[in-house]
Structure formats: structure tokens, C-alpha cells
Design a protein around this ligand. Sequence first.
Ligand code: COA
Length: 173
Amino acid sequence: MLEAANYSACETLRDGRRVEIRALRPDDRAGLIAAVARSSPETLYRRFFAVKRHFTEPEVEFFLHVDFINHVALVAVIDEGGQPMIAGGTRYVVVQPGKAEVAFAVIDQYQGQGLGTLLMHHLAAIAREARLEQLIAEVLPDNVPMLKVFEKSRLPLSIKREPQVVHVALRLR
Ligand SMILES: CC(C)(COP(=O)(O)OP(=O)(O)OC[C@H]1O[C@@H](n2cnc3c(N)ncnc32)[C@H](O)[C@@H]1OP(=O)(O)O)[C@@H](O)C(=O)NCCC(=O)NCCS
């Protein structure tokens, strides 16, 4: 049985670097803020649909305090010169019974190393264990890496394209 709140797995990036994918903890506040500071405007825009660097206290509370039932969050932690740094993360929020919306972000320096694909794999495992049926996401139409991550999940995928946004739905069962 996967226990989402204590989740931890070790993986290897394409360049051989080791990464721990683990449950977000309340003491990750400084690490999350540092990761936002290291993200380019384009990455922030693709994640939040706005270049958002500053968050209100209620927003920070929302991102940090997850219940691991209706809101699950994972971070990817990489050792940088002996310091653990958050290189990316993913989360889902249950929006109706059996269905959760997902979001991802990897800081620019670590993009293209397979981290998004790994985060997807681990989040989907937790979602399946939680007996969710569907994961959904809204993606900007030019966001090729995110769409590739969903395609590479090998989960049955349906895509609805609109001019401003692509609606993605992945079946878990
Ligand atoms: C989307 C995102 C999470 C993917 O993370 P990642 O660690 O780069 O993902 P991966 O390394 O697993 O790459 C996934 C695929 O996209 C491809 N890719 C990465 N960058 C690319 C680019 N600029 N152009 C085209 N393809 C690209 C990779 O090559 C890989 O495909 P491959 O395995 O066939 O080579 C990351 O790019 C990101 O944080 N983007 C900004 C935030 C965002 O878009 N969030 C989504 C909102 S839901």
C-alpha cells in the first residue's frame, strides 16, 4: 500500500544525477519559494498561466498544506553541493469524485532530463492507489513538453483543443 503522505522514491535523471521524489512537507516552504525564484518567466507562465512570482499567504497555505487525500503534492529533490534543492514538483487536486486536476513544474535548469516524466509516473501511481478514475489538465497549446509527458505516461489520453487551451484527460482505470 502506497502511503501518499510518506511517499519517497529514488530515481535517476538522463544525465545520471540522482533525484528523490517524495511527498511535499510543511517545512518545504523555503524550498518551494527558492524553486519559484529559479524558474524563468516562461516556466511560470506555463504553470500558472501568468508570470507569478509572489504568492499571498492563503495561496502559500494552499500549496504547502496538502491533506494527501483530496490534494496530493510531490517534490523532486536534487543534491546541489551537499544541499537538497527542490528541482520540480507535481500535484493533483480532486475536483469531483474520481477525478483530479494535475499540475507540474520543473525548474528550467533540470528540464529535458526526464523529470517531468518521472513525476507523472509517481503521481499516477498514487492516484491509481487512491482509486481515482481520471486525471485532467489544462495546458497551453504550445506546451509541447507537457503534452509529451502526458503522451509518455501510456495512460489512455483524450485531448480537446481550443484556441487558448488544450484540455487533457487521462484514464487511470
Ligand atoms: C512540462 C514540464 C513539467 C516537463 O518537465 P521535463 O522535466 O522537462 O520533462 P521531460 O524531461 O520528461 O520531457 C518530456 C518530453 O518533452 C520533451 N521536451 C522537453 N523540452 C522540450 C522543448 N523545449 N521542445 C520540445 N520538446 C521538449 C523532452 O524531450 C521529452 O520528450 P522525449 O522523452 O521524447 O525526449 C516542464 O517542461 C515544465 O516545468 N514546464 C513549465 C511548467 C508547465 O508547463 N507546467 C504544466 C502546467 S500543467
